[in-house]
Write a protein that binds this ligand. Sequence first.
Ligand SMILES: [Zn+2]
Length: 233
Amino acid sequence: MNKCYNCGTELNDQNKTREHIPAKNLFAGYSEYYKKNLLTVPACRKCNEEFSKTDQQVRDAIGIMNEDDKKKDEATRKSVKSILRQPRGLERLHLDENDRVIGVDFSNEDMETHHIKNFKGLFFAEYGYPIGDDYEIKVIHEGDANNERFMKIAGEMTAYVTKEGEWKSSGHQDIFQYNIKSLEIGEGGIIRNGTDLKNAIGVVAVMKYHNELSPVVMAFKKEFVALVSRQSN
Ligand SMILES: [Zn+2]
């Protein structure tokens, strides 16, 4: 299908590009070997350019989380430099007593934007068309770590999509792993994975970046969300 994975615009020779899922900057310092089998989806030029800022934010976060992994040194160096170039960059860094960078503050909004973008890319790659606006998308990520209820849902969803250790990878498993499955109510209320989304209540994906960040993205059909909220009233 010749449509943008993100906004659904029809693509032609003028506006057609390819977007990498995940963005190539996550591979900074890694050899070409790690970029083999990197997933790409069709994207319009506008959407392709729109995410460069948030892609960089996430690369910076992952670079900073490097705990003495030599392969990530290049990403770490770029990340620290990039953060320091930004307004009040220094204030966002957390240092230990030896002035070593041990953490950095990030905008939850940028993180969410980034994870939703990759989710939409995975959705397109899996089902062959862009996700429509009949879905409501919700992300559970690091910023929600103190919310017990969210963490419980994230744990259950991760267990569901990675049952029996089913992880797929894009590029290389050290950089990005994921799995995406639909949610369907079967007999006895059992959640199950369907091949066609006609009877699905939604789609859920778990992503794992550099074995550090692992957001859960859930997209529920709006008609299902409306039904549930009517029932709980
Ligand atoms: Zn687009």
